[in-house]
Design a protein around this ligand. Sequence first.
Ligand code: PBG
Length: 325
Amino acid sequence: MSSTFPATRLRRFRRTASLRELVREARVDVRDLVFPLFACAGQGVERSLEGLEGIAQRSVDRLCAEAEEVHALGVGAVLLFGIPEEKDEAASGAYDDDGIVQQALRALRERVPELVLLTDVCLCEYTSHGHCGVVDGDGEVVNDLSLELLARTAVSHAEAGADAVCPSDMMDGRVGAIRAALDGEDFEHVPIVSYAAKYASAFYGPFREAADSAPAFGDRRGYQLDPGNAREALRECELDLAEGADALMIKPALPSLDVLAAARVRFDVPLFAYNVSGEYAMVKAAAARGWLDERQAALESLTAIKRAGADVIVTYWAKEAARWL
Ligand code: PBG
């Protein structure tokens, strides 16, 4: 046992900013932040979003300019989402060679060759009903039928230049299906970052406006994790790794720090955490009312996510954090 007070005084290392800086255990580094981008059709379009201050839907030309700025700030990667012009039952826009994300990927690949391009692989932005998979006559999301479409989507992202694909649909078996499809098309070098532990969370609200992906009926509790379950989240991680996932994502971040910490102990793969739209919007809204300091609250959130064990953080604060740090 080490000695106690008065020999031990933990305040000694807290005395000055430089001392605190020296012994800090977890830090936020811009190089492992990921900035989400929303691509839409058109030319010169920049549509700001009510619930996500500072974030906009952008046509590909504007998206390129934004990505250049993000890259110049030192942010590690972007995560692409698409807002298609048309939606249908089969989510055709998700795996269309000329779909919005595919167009964005080709343009970004050329304009910012060194920026890491991640894509969200899901059907919800592309289905007329807004669910993450194919829906049957009873309104049930059909697991196995959805796998083929998800795999096609991932392959088309790889073809268009994605550095890694990130399935976020929560269908069983999707990682295996995507891995097999990528390998079958000579994309064995493209990693899968699986949103392995994705909870059915109320904190995705502002995102669904941004991505126009709110389900038209029902909710996502039939496929996303129940917020009461942590052991099940770890099983999801284990299964996704067994199916070939190269990295795991935990989401939402702050409400799932326990899962993140447990996953850190169990799995030696890169761990991603998604600091989601609602986590960002809450702080923005409170800061706008003068109730808290945005910069401090944001950096504290990101530091806590790091401390819990994340290697990489997807966050709408990535650009601002780069300027703050
Ligand atoms: C797609 C997807 C969602 C988010 C990321 N990918 C929405 C959802 O599952 O409803 C949420 C991101 C955020 O809230 O910032 N399935």
